[in-house]
Design a protein around this ligand. Structure first.
Ligand code: NMX
Ligand code: MLT
Length: 432
């Protein structure tokens, strides 16, 4: 049995008991209410979902299993995955075991490469990644064991096995998408002496140790962002129907591919390069202000700014900014991001629509990738995906371990909402 499986199996009985007691004793205690605005407004702020892997504090940002992300910046991706799943950082032996386990799954079957090569040259890299994950579903251990009559108590084990098999392949798959889509030559084999994220950097075709460190940081920072973000929530809903991790991850990453979510990193670099093209280099503050207003006045959003939960600068943005300052503070693309950071929050505040005017994780990440030669911005969300798959899988495994039921909230028609308002407010509402 793998070390991560052993560690999780030790925690499960007490956690199951704790939750069962909580529901038994306090199952009817109210923890959230829902307003009309929330029902029509993307359920913003409604607390109707439990996620123990991480929590996003509006002012402090991402906290993984009680540890603020700023304190985890030097960790490896494997340590973060172990922490997300088990709730504690691994010891050296557990870490080595997880690393070996992931590497043992790194081989991508030939049919997957064939499908990716046959996709049209116009296919978006996210389309390629999601397709590759979906066609790996045939290998699901969860589905096979379910068909054989697996007990509910054991669902988590098969889910973890699928998760490890999928995560083990993801760096090779994602690097392959890059090399195939952008004609970079043959796919590169993983190196057994390297860790998960270092191998990813290697298979992308860049053996610069600073780039490998950036990839490590990138994987750590994007790994999880509690349960309500589009990708995690989508995967949660899909997996709650007992669809296996391949289905759940490909569904969640399809959500990450939207410009209001993970695709914002692609849109951000596009924005930065457009500003630079217009002003022939990094803009002055006045020029950046002018350009930002143009975007806003044309009815578009400024990518990389604003957030559904955060109400301060995203600590993940701060971490990327620190990395760039340390390694290439004079880079013109990064300088443009810096001018944006000084100017855009003020413009958004003046504009008065965005609840949070501060940068999120996507505002600066593209500038770092661009510096190391990954200039193909349509690829950026694939990098986000490799990392986010860790959080999605960790949330899925813990949900199965806690034997959570199918997710199925109640919806209402607008007529029902009108009737509820009439009852609550004692007024007669006009019919729509
Ligand atoms: N630029 C312009 N308008 C904005 C921005 C922005 N960056 N952020 C929010 N608004 C608008 C928003 O469109 C909405 O307008 P309307 O009333 O016309 O519909 C209004 O401000 C209120 O929205 P909020 O309540 O502040 O934001 P919400 O929680 O609905 O959405 C985001 C959060 C992240 C979707 C939104 O801030 C946004 O579209 N940001 C730009 C895209 C982006 O950076 N997404 C990446 C998020 C991080 N990630 O990786 O997933
Ligand atoms: C994320 O990392 O998922 C984004 O910041 C979006 C979110 O949390 O809603």
């Amino acid at each position: 049995m793998s070390a991560i499986k052993q560690a999780l199996s030790r925690c499960i009985p007490s956690r199951r008991e704790e939750i069962a007691n909580l529901i038994k004793e306090y199952g009817d205690t109210v923890i959230s209410k829902v307003t009309v605005k929330q029902a029509f407004g993307g359920m913003r702020g409604v607390k109707g979902l439990v996620c123990d892997t991480s929590f996003v504090d509006p002012h402090k940002g991402l906290i993984i299993r009680g540890i603020p992300i700023a304190e985890l910046e030097d960790r490896s991706a494997e340590e973060i995955f172990f922490l997300l799943v088990v709730g504690e950082l691994p010891d050296e032996k557990e870490l080595a075991d997880l690393r070996g386990e992931l590497f043992s799954h790194s081989k991508v079957p030939a049919y997957v490469w064939k499908v990716l090569r046959d996709m049209p040259h116009t296919a978006h890299p996210m389309d390629m990644l999601v397709t590759a994950i979906a066609i790996l579903e045939d290998r699901s251990i969860f589905r096979r064991r379910y068909d054989e009559g697996m007990r509910k108590e054991d669902f988590w084990e098969a889910s973890l096995e699928d998760s490890l098999a999928l995560l083990g392949k993801l760096p090779a798959l994602a690097a392959g998408v890059y090399r195939i889509r952008y004609d970079k030559g043959d796919v590169i084999e993983p190196d057994p002496s390297l860790g998960w994220s270092e191998n990813f950097a290697h298979m992308l075709g860049n053996d610069d140790p600073v780039f490998a460190d950036l990839m490590r940081l990138y994987m750590v920072l994007h790994s999880d962002h509690e349960g309500g973000n589009v990708s995690a929530f989508t995967s949660h809903v899909v997996a709650s129907a007992l669809s296996d991790p391949y289905y759940a991850v490909s569904a969640g990453l399809s959500g990450l591919a939207g410009p209001l979510h993970g695709l914002a990193n692609q849109e951000c670099l596009k924005f930065v390069l457009e500003v630079m093209a217009r002003f022939e280099g990094p803009p002055t503050s006045e020029q950046m202000e002018e350009y930002t207003w143009e975007i806003l006045n044309s009815g578009r959003v400024v990518p990389g700014y604003g957030h559904a939960v955060l109400r301060a600068t995203d600590p993940r943005f701060t971490a990327f900014r620190g990395f760039a300052h340390e390694h290439f503070a004079d880079d013109p693309v990064f300088q443009t991001v810096e001018v944006g950071f000084q100017v855009i929050p003020k413009v958004l505040q003046e504009h008065g629509k965005a609840v949070s005017p501060w940068p999120n994780v996507d505002a600066g990440s593209g500038a770092l990738l661009y510096h190391y030669g990954i200039t193909e911005m349509r690829y950026y969300t694939v990098l986000f995906s490799v990392s986010r798959a860790m959080g999605i899988c960790a949330q899925l495994v813990t949900s199965r371990a806690m034997m959570e039921p199918i997710t199925r909230p109640k919806s209402m028609t607008t007529q029902h909402v009108l009737r509820e308002v009439e009852e609550a407010e004692g007024v007669l509402m006009a019919s729509v």
